[in-house]
Write a protein that binds this ligand. Structure first.
Ligand code: URA
Length: 241
């Protein structure tokens, strides 16, 4: 949560916040805060305002293995959503998915009620890489690797940033590969492969930034982030200073 929102919940006025910030009297994990827009989670970080520790709010962070035929949304009139996969006591209006996977895409999805963190992870400035396992309906060659490296151009002229393609197997009717991209354009991976003449038949996200899909997590299952993964969250929060 933004630092100013946390402090406002403690009934601290904006004027007092600004003064304390200038005087370095707001400490996050013992370091003076730089900005009131800084993202702070008092479940993971110690927040002290003028010598008083603020208990604040502990955010929720979940890893979900999204199955197919489920939409990345809070509500849908026809299909189940990723939120429907959670028990009612965890569901909340504040919880949302960090980034979107297509209905038929499976794999790693983070869910959190820390809004600014999701915004940060999706912001191009932070270059959060995403890796997908992909199957396509045609051959893949070293020429494709180069094309992905140079930056794929969509059929409508949109230019993509360089992407890493690793071919695992290739035949005239089915090839398997992993692809790592640093952007999040709409249907990006599918459009990239279409631009080089093959169609994606299966897509699974296995990596998002420093998070790896837990191989123990079956499709449709979720779990809270473990202590190691919460350290990654903490690193991202520290970058928001
Ligand atoms: N790229 C796609 O085309 N679809 C996804 O779901 C994710 C990335």
């Amino acid at each position: 949560m933004r630092l100013d929102r946390l402090l406002a919940q403690e009934m601290i006025s904006r004027k007092a916040m600004k003064q304390a910030l200038l005087k370095k009297e707001i400490l996050v994990d013992d370091c003076p805060a730089n900005s009131l827009a800084q993202n702070v989670d008092t479940g993971l970080q110690k927040l002290v305002f003028q010598g008083r520790q603020i208990q604040g709010y502990k955010h929720t962070y979940l890893m979900l293995h999204k199955p197919g035929r489920v939409v990345t949304a809070s509500q849908d009139k026809d299909l189940p959503t990723v939120m429907d996969l959670l028990p009612p006591d965890i569901q909340s209006d504040q919880l949302y998915a960090v980034g979107r996977l297509d209905r038929d895409t499976t794999g790693l999805l983070l869910l959190t009620d820390n809004g600014p963190l999701g915004f940060q992870l999706l912001h191009p400035q932070y270059h959060v890489d995403k890796t997908y396992q992909v199957k396509v309906n045609g051959p893949l060659t070293s020429e494709h690797i180069q094309q992905f490296k140079d930056g794929i151009v969509f059929l409508d002229g949109t230019v993509c940033k360089p992407a890493q393609l690793e071919i695992l197997s290739s035949s005239s009717s089915l090839s398997q590969a992993t692809i790592t991209i640093s952007e999040g354009k709409f249907h990006q991976v599918k459009k990239m492969f279409l631009s080089v003449g093959v169609k994606v038949t299966s897509l699974k996200r296995v990596q998002f930034g420093d998070f790896t899909l837990d191989p123990e997590l079956a499709e449709g299952q979720y779990r809270p982030l473990n202590p190691e993964e919460l350290k990654i969250i903490k690193n991202y929060l520290e970058k928001s200073r």
